[in-house]
Design a protein around this ligand. Sequence first.
Ligand code: PMP
Ligand code: GLN
Length: 381
Amino acid sequence: MNPIYAEMPTTIFEAMSALARELGAINLGQGFPDARGPESVIEAAVTALREGSNQYPPMPGLPELRRAVADHYRRHQDIDLDWTSEVTITSGATEALAAAILALVRPGDEVLLIQPMYDAYLPLVLRAGGVPRFARLAPPDWRIDAAMLDAAFTPATRLVILNNPVNPSASLFDAASLALLAERAVAHDAVVISDEVWEHLVFDGRRHLPIMALPGMRDRTVKIGSAGKIFSLTGWKVGWMCASPALSRVLAKAHQFLTFTTPPNLQAAAAHGLALPDDYFHEMRAGYARSRDRLAAGLADAGYRVLPSAGTYFLSVDLPGSGIAADDVTFAEIAVREAGVATIPVSAFYAEDAVRGVVRLCFAKQDETIDAGIARMAIAR
Ligand code: PMP
Ligand code: GLN
């Protein structure tokens, strides 16, 4: 058995959701909405399932979805992609991450990971034989700076894994921070895997900035997206990777032996969804921002110090700032077992020198769930 897997714990998201199911707790841990998702996208999947083909679609994805991804990014982010050579459809962003890391990392390559980091990154880098190097962000502003990057980049750095907007900190990298990173990626001739699954979940009038659009980055970025996040249908597992033709050819080789393809009906429905008018995206953001504000206000009333949330489905509470001495893992354990509310300890997103006083909560829930979650958080402290 490979010790990377044999000694690996179950992901915190599954561990917490399983505990929440077992204990009947309100689940504000794992990030998934409890609403139905857009009716027209679900209908498009039903129609495609009934009337479309249910056989293997082309390995790089249904042409209509690859074209829709390119059109979508042209419309929303001013990025020009050739759908025939620069877009590969995957089974969720998770598969895109696996394909990109396996395709691009050679044993001994150094890979820069920015902590807090989404939990899938490090095991994939290790499995590919990469050598992780860490930058470390901390609350309340989770900022990156030049000194931090200069300490982490070395002549052996071949790859950077960036997540923006950031899960779990709910922060966004501003243009200056992205420029710092891009300058170093160019100077070191490194590729950036940019996990942008939360690109549409940015609030208060902010705009998502894709690092691919920065000088020198067009042909050294693998931009990853997820229909599950864009359409609040997290179980669908339809994602994509966008990269130059030279990178895409190699990424496709990894993809072909991970999953080969992704269900064609869900691909067709994602293509329909990406073409929805701008109103859909505005309303989705506005709805989640209202949920964020509802949870933040309720937690503040219950005595918690809530950290700002600029994007994603998440906000965090600062435990020491809330007068709570327990560390995040202890607090999350007490909250789920004794108060009946599941949260995620943010130390799970660090491999070393973890931030231990922050827990993450998901606000992508109906008002009743949020209110019940607040009531239980009030008794967890
Ligand atoms: N990357 C990040 C940062 C995520 O938060 C998630 C899921 N929440 C994923 C990747 C996985 O996306 P998918 O469900 O499309 O595989
Ligand atoms: N991305 C989701 C989260 O951060 C979880 C996805 C998963 O369970 N793998 O909560």
